[in-house]
Design a protein around this ligand. Structure first.
Ligand SMILES: Nc1ccn([C@@H]2O[C@H](COP(=O)(O)OP(=O)(O)OP(=O)(O)O)[C@@H](O)[C@H]2O)c(=O)n1
Ligand SMILES: C[C@](O)(CO)[C@H](O)COP(=O)(O)O
Length: 232
């Protein structure tokens, strides 16, 4: 049954972009002709497996475009918190009551506008047969350990190491509990899978495209400009 269903996606967009270093939060920076966040939301809303978008905004966000639908999908908003995990949990808890505790939900960074529809499809098809999972890619470069002076002090093993991307996809109830527990334990979690791992889940790693980059610095934005077609 879940093979044909569409799922809501929580889109954490409440960050301040400190590493990006601009007055305008990076999710509102122009990217190939329109605000970065709209690029991401359009990609998600266009996908048949996405039922609706829950966009998590920073308190006092004055740049939000105020849309309530996109490509025929409902768009709702919630207010995020200090850390990404707080924002994701707020988004999960703000989902419509029609999303049951057993339903899968996706979580995708607003800062990842290049996500491919084929990767989302692969994730949904594979993960709905499992206990949850995420897009990622095996580490292909040699991994160095750097000291405070920017010098290499050694090489880390890369066998079995993956880079985690988003979307990540878990059942609503289990994700809510895992995030709440991690936050209650004061653990700094950087993705949903980490919270689920702490709860004893082994999320499925689904290999996705390397161009699903997270816009963290200005160099990332320049690369995304190169990757995305211009619109308007
Ligand atoms: N308290 C936070 C922090 C981050 N995010 C979102 O989580 C995604 C990934 O976070 P990151 O790339 O770290 O964004 P920022 O936190 O804005 O960046 P920085 O750490 O450089 O400030 C982004 O879409 C960001 O808007 C969020 O919703 N709430
Ligand atoms: C969720 C994530 O994008 C997976 O790689 C990453 O952990 C977000 O980290 P950030 O420091 O909040 O950007």
């Amino acid at each position: 049954m879940t093979a044909e269903r569409a799922f809501w996606c929580v889109v954490p967009a409440a960050g301040h972009g400190r590493r990006f270093g601009s007055e305008v939060p990076k999710q509102y920076m122009p990217l190939a002709g329109q605000p970065l966040i709209l690029r991401t939301l359009e990609r998600l809303a266009a996908h048949p497996r996405i039922a609706g978008l829950m966009v998590v905004l920073a308190e006092g966000d004055s740049a939000w475009v105020g849309i309530d639908s996109m490509d025929g999908k409902p768009v709702r908003t919630a207010i995020g918190g200090d850390e990404r995990a707080h924002s994701v949990l707020a988004g999960v808890r703000a989902l419509p009551d029609t999303v049951t505790a057993d339903d899968f939900v996706l979580v995708h960074d607003a800062a990842r506008p290049c996500v491919r529809a084929s990767d989302i499809e692969q994730l949904v098809v594979r993960v709905t047969q499992a206990d949850g999972g995420l897009l990622g890619a095996p580490l292909r470069d040699t991994l160095k350990r750097a000291d405070a002076h920017g010098c290499s002090t050694g090489t880390e093993p890369r066998e079995g190491r993956w880079r985690a991307f988003t979307p990540q996809m878990f059942r609503r109830g289990a994700l809510d509990r895992a995030l709440a527990q991690a936050l209650a334990d004061g653990v700094a979690i950087t993705d949903e899978a980490m919270a689920m791992e702490r709860a004893g889940v082994t999320p499925l790693l689904v290999e996705g495209s390397e161009d699903n980059l997270k816009i963290t610095t200005r160099a990332d934005l320049a690369l995304a400009e190169f990757l995305l077609p211009r619109t308007r």
